[in-house]
Design a protein around this ligand. Structure first.
Ligand SMILES: [Ca+2]
Ligand SMILES: [Ca+2]
Length: 253
């Protein structure tokens, strides 16, 4: 294939654009993803983290497509994914939630592997200074923004044990504290705290677990792009190979 100087420059620019446009950081990796678009509640990441379902039902309406409905009393999905800091020093996890307006307890969990001691958890709490979307820090609760019932909200937390930080994202806002997490269960639940119940009532969509500490820019991409911004784009690498720029990229290192 003949490459003129002009086209090579254009392609190099294209490569830079393609790299800049990729969702995950180089070290980031999708671990599990639940679109809840059918009643199987399957992990669509390809990694096979099929949940065990206890009383969670399928709702045909969701943030995108279908969603999972949690009854706020005794429902949860349990996943055999170890999110301990020893297994995943850097972890980003989140989902979209639509909280029922009848939540009577101010402590509810969307995602949690807590065994006591404020292990990695994302939910609703009052101990972070307000009754709102919150995250456990390893030693307490990081408060975020007030809950708005019956409206879809994007919530995510970035646990970075290496940096010693916890960052909570709620819609377009973020809240950070310096803290490291302790050890919890080697499984994780959606819709409940394994140690304390704290059952979530409402709908959940697009629950995700990503290895790595996503940057605010990457979080924004997911919040604005939805499920399509979470699913890896293997076609990008394949596309570059087809264009014959793989060698160009290697030579540029
Ligand atoms: Ca969905
Ligand atoms: Ca613990």
């Amino acid at each position: 294939m003949m490459i003129t100087r002009t086209s090579a420059v254009a392609m190099a620019a294209g490569v830079a654009l393609a790299i800049g446009g990729m969702a995950p950081q180089a070290h980031a990796q999708l671990l599990a993803l639940y679109s809840f678009d059918d009643a199987s509640f399957a992990d669509i990441s390809g990694n096979g983290y099929t949940p065990t379902n206890t009383n969670v039902t399928f709702a045909s309406g969701g943030f995108e497509g279908g969603s999972a409905f949690f009854n706020g009393i005794n429902s949860f999905l349990q996943i055999g994914l170890d999110i301990n800091p020893t297994a995943l020093p850097q972890l980003t996890m989140g989902c979209w939630v639509r909280v029922d307006d009848d939540f009577d307890s101010p402590i509810r969990q969307f995602i949690s592997h807590d065994s006591g001691g404020f292990d990695r958890s994302l939910g609703i709490d009052f101990r972070g200074g307000l009754t709102g979307y919150s995250a456990f820090t390893g030693s307490g609760v990081l408060g975020g923004a007030p809950v708005v019932a019956n409206e879809w909200a994007f919530v995510a937390v970035v646990y970075d044990q290496t940096a010693g930080s916890v960052t909570l994202h709620v819609n377009g806002s973020s809240f950070t504290t310096l803290s490291t997490a302790g050890s919890g269960n080697t499984f994780v639940r959606l819709g409940s705290n394994p140690a304390f119940g704290e059952f979530f009532g409402g709908q959940m969509d697009n629950a995700f677990f990503i290895r790595g500490a996503l940057s605010p820019t990457e979080i924004t991409r997911i919040r604005e792009g939805g499920i399509n911004a979470i699913i890896p784009t293997p076609t990008a690498a394949a596309g570059l190979a087809m264009l014959g720029v793989g060698g160009l990229m290697r030579r540029r290192r």
